[in-house]
Design a protein around this ligand. Structure first.
Ligand code: CAA
Ligand code: NAD
Length: 333
């Protein structure tokens, strides 16, 4: 990087010298061997790696790229990555249409710059070689997440902050697979990431103030409103939202009302943008199932977390919601 040998100069001074640089100060980062370890640790987040390119990973990568970060987006194979690339292209066009509705040229520039900022790859270790922040958004399974982070811990530079986007798993259980508990936290985004304004930031007791502050600052740079929560099941939103979605499934299972009427009721009677069953399909029934299954195993006495047989049946039938074309509703064209 161009500023690799300007050790010791404050970032503000660099900005002054490079007055023409359009890059936001808070994102200017200098990952260089000539920097002391503490200087590198204090540098801001510029290079982001997102592991998992599904619903959430693609959205996080897109928003990071839109806000000027260089992003490596990683998944298991090229086919999945191609799908993610297509969904990002569609989504970023929607954002551009909205943000630059009176200026097509600026809109096209925004699209080009966003897409150029993302590199797609399948090599986890290579993807983190120069990362300032790694966000994991893979399947909701603690053992698989731990295995991933344990391997990334050996490949990533020491200053790199690790974060999980898990919906329900204890951040500490995942963090303990690494040697960097002070540089570990939860960054919980919401679906669809380009639209939902909230970012939950989760600290474990070991998360350092420096790491926490950087996560907050980065969240703001991503254009999100941040809230902070302890490492408690479901954090804030899912602790309320998931039992609500499960209760709607139980209501459907009992035959109290039709799926359409349950959803219509919560939209028109409670002002939600989607009904609970539509939302479960949108989130992914598989993800919802893993969340509740994990909690039911961990907290067997809490009736809010009880398994829902209807959900289990749909999963066994391969009905994962919008992503698979069928869930509680059918999305087949
Ligand atoms: N990318 C970019 N823009 C998008 C988008 C996407 N993927 N999806 C929607 N939009 C934009 C559209 O361009 C549109 O913009 P305009 O209004 O300017 O035209 C706007 O969002 C509304 O979209 P639509 O008209 O297509 O549809 P809608 O009005 O029904 O809104 C929705 C769609 C934003 C998803 C809305 O239904 C909604 O807010 N649903 C609830 C979502 C929710 O609760 N998410 C949280 C899930 S829980 C979670 O994420 C945590 C977890 O761990 C499980
Ligand atoms: P998804 O099924 O859409 O995507 C997961 C992706 O991870 C898939 O593309 C899969 O191929 C990939 N993957 C799995 N194992 C991998 C590995 N070892 N290395 C690289 N890639 C791997 O799931 P999602 O909905 O994006 O959820 C991802 C995470 O985000 C989960 O922890 C989930 O709980 C959380 N989350 C989901 C939502 C939601 O609404 N769906 C919201 C917030 C958080």
């Amino acid at each position: 990087m161009a500023f690799g040998n300007i050790t010791g100069i404050l970032l503000e001074e660099i900005i002054a010298i490079k007055g023409k640089l359009r890059m936001n100060l808070s994102r200017l980062v200098v990952p260089s061997r000539s920097f002391s370890a503490s200087a590198v640790r204090n540098a801001a987040i510029n290079q982001v790696t997102v592991i998992g390119s599904g619903l959430m990973g693609a959205g996080i990568a897109q928003v990071a790229a839109q806000t000027g970060h260089k992003v490596n987006l990683v998944d298991l194979n090229d086919d999945v990555l191609k799908k993610a690339e297509n969904s990002i292209k569609t989504s970023v066009s929607r954002v551009a249409k909205k943000q630059f509705k009176d200026d097509t040229e600026k809109g096209n520039k925004f699209i080009d710059e966003t897409l150029t900022n993302i590199t797609y790859m399948t090599d986890n270790n290579r993807s983190v070689a120069t990362a300032d922040l790694v966000i994991e958004a893979i399947i909701e399974n603690v053992e698989i997440k731990r295995k991933l982070f344990s391997s990334l811990d050996k490949a990533a530079p020491s200053h790199t902050i690790f974060a999980s986007n898990t919906s329900s798993l204890p951040i500490k259980d995942i963090a303990e697979s690494t040697t960097r508990l002070d540089r570990f936290g939860g960054l919980h985004f919401f679906n669809p990431v380009p639209v939902m304004k909230l970012l939950e930031i989760i600290r474990i007791p070991e998360t350092s103030d420096a790491t926490y502050n950087k996560m907050v600052e980065w969240g703001k740079n991503m254009g999100k409103v941040t809230v902070t929560c302890k490492d408690t099941p479901g954090f804030i939103v899912n602790r309320l939202l998931v039992p609500y979605m499960m209760e709607a499934l139980r209501m459907l299972e009992r035959g109290d009302a039709s799926a359409r009427d349950i959803d219509t009721s919560m939209k028109l009677g409670a002002g939600y943008p989607m009904g609970p069953l539509e939302l479960a399909d949108y989130v992914g029934l598989d993800t919802s199932y893993y969340i509740v299954k994990g909690w039911a195993e961990k907290y067997p006495d809490n009736t809010l977390f009880e398994n829902v047989p209807l959900l289990e049946k749909l999963i066994k039938e391969g009905k994962f919601g919008v992503k698979s074309g069928e869930g509680i509703y059918s999305y087949k064209k």
